[in-house]
Ligand binder design. Structure first.
Ligand code: RNT
Ligand code: ZN
Length: 421
């Protein structure tokens, strides 16, 4: 195919251009191949889960849109993930939520066990994927009051503590079976729409609940615990119990990972600037890469300046082993498989851009106090022939080059998704 020839030719020229700046593009691609992104299962069914409930309710998050064809069963969701993964270069991970259990009967969330995730684990094994896990502390009658682990109702609080505990067991089993540590993330929706009378006591109860959940020591080669903070959510605009300060302090004190969701801060705050701050004190962090737009924290990830800055920080800081990259967005208004492919490919593009940065030259200029060169170089770097390297990486990874993947999604939509009613 002449197309192939063009991709190769363009690559050779781009490679030379980067070499002139002291950057080895072959090496950059080798490093990129080692980075696993954790794909969130919940993009495939609008955060619904398979508990035969009514899907996503409350909890400060919302999936909007009525695009047809969402996955209705675990098998459909796995088939959709297979399709998405076939269009994304590299070997990645699956990030599963507890509400995607396959129990075969109605089970309470505090009764879940590793065996209820066996089909998922086998699927991951067959596909060479690692797995990450999340407790589901929303879309449940016992979360309707807006409080779970920080609830004043001792019965409710205990129920969610038990859920947290079983989730750690499940995560550890996944890590053990798959031979790669499972990052088990904990996010709770607890908070208030309007000004609370007491900000203190729910936080004290949350601390106590977390201590109860994390009491049992687990093998870190199987399980890595993470806690996710948030500034506000839909319906929790005035107060969120698990704020950034709360979980940062908790993570430092208890040696858990901190999960930074890029949609969980004030719109003018950026996660890219937080990475090196928190990693000065924490061993590892989890990222929930997302895109906040006004009040929504979960738009599909695009190759924004901030996404590029995040990837740059990870690479410049030599943090690739200490930062676990997970995605967290959901859009029900476009093809859901396309959403996964767009967001994940963008995350990988951002990492490739960062790996191709002539970082040494920038640092030298900075150290010499030559900020003119620093700014000039940063701007010139923006028009380096990155696209040619990216196309070649996709080609070498046996996935479609450029927008070629969209035809495959369209064909799948016609043959599979459109038949789901
Ligand atoms: C919500 C958190 C949380 C969820 C997922 C579904 O604001 O970001 O991570 O999006 O657990
Ligand atoms: Zn998140």
């Amino acid at each position: 195919m002449s197309n192939t020839k063009n991709v190769e030719k363009a690559y050779e020229m781009a490679k030379e251009r980067y070499a002139g700046l002291g950057v080895d593009s072959d090496k950059a691609m080798d490093r990129l191949r080692e980075i696993a992104i954790s794909l969130h299962c919940w993009q495939g069914d609008d955060v619904g889960g398979f508990e035969s409930g009514e899907g996503l309710t409350g909890g400060g998050i919302m999936a909007t849109g009525t695009y047809p064809g969402k996955a209705r069963t675990p098998d459909e969701l796995r088939a959709d993930l297979d399709k998405a993964l076939s269009l994304i270069p590299g070997k990645h991970r699956l990030n599963l939520h507890a509400m995607y259990a396959e129990a075969g009967r109605k089970l309470e969330r505090n009764e879940l066990e590793p065996e209820h995730f066996h089909t998922w684990i086998d699927w991951a094994k067959d596909n060479g994927l690692g797995m990450d896990f999340n407790g589901t502390f929303f879309s449940h009658p016992k979360a309707e009051s807006g409080f779970t682990l920080s609830s004043a109702d001792e019965g409710i609080r205990k129920f969610w503590v038990e859920h947290g505990r079983v989730c750690r067991k499940i995560g550890a089993a996944m890590g053990k079976e798959l031979g790669t540590a499972c990052v088990a993330n904990l996010w709770i929706p607890d908070g208030c729409k309007d000004i609370p009378a007491d900000r203190k006591t729910p936080r004290e109860r949350l601390r106590k609940s977390l201590d109860e959940i994390f009491k049992e020591k687990m093998d870190r080669s199987c399980l890595l615990d993470a806690v996710e903070c948030k500034l506000f959510g839909i319906g929790s605009e005035s107060y969120v119990v698990g704020s950034h300060e709360f979980y940062l302090a908790y993570a430092i004190e208890n040696k858990t990972l901190l999960c930074l969701d890029t949609g969980h801060f004030h719109p003018t705050e950026v996660v890219s600037d937080k990475i090196s701050s928190v990693l000065t004190f924490l061993d590892e962090i989890l990222l929930h890469v997302s895109r906040g737009v006004r009040w929504d924290s979960d738009h599909v990830v695009i190759l924004s300046d901030e996404l590029r800055a995040i990837a740059r920080e990870i690479v410049r800081g030599d943090y690739l082993r200490r930062v676990h990259i997970g995605l967290d967005f959901f859009d029900a208004s476009i093809n859901r498989i396309a959403a996964w492919v767009i967001g994940t490919r963008c995350m990988i593009k951002a990492l490739l851009l960062a790996l191709l940065e002539p970082a040494e030259k920038l640092r030298e200029a900075e150290l010499a106090g030559d900020y003119t060169t620093r700014l000039a170089m940063q701007e010139e770097n923006k028009t380096l022939p990155f696209g040619a390297i990216w196309d070649y990486y996709c080609f070498k990874s046996d996935v479609p080059v450029a927008e070629g993947w969209l035809n495959e999604v369209r064909a799948y939509e016609k043959n599979v998704l459109s038949k789901r009613r």
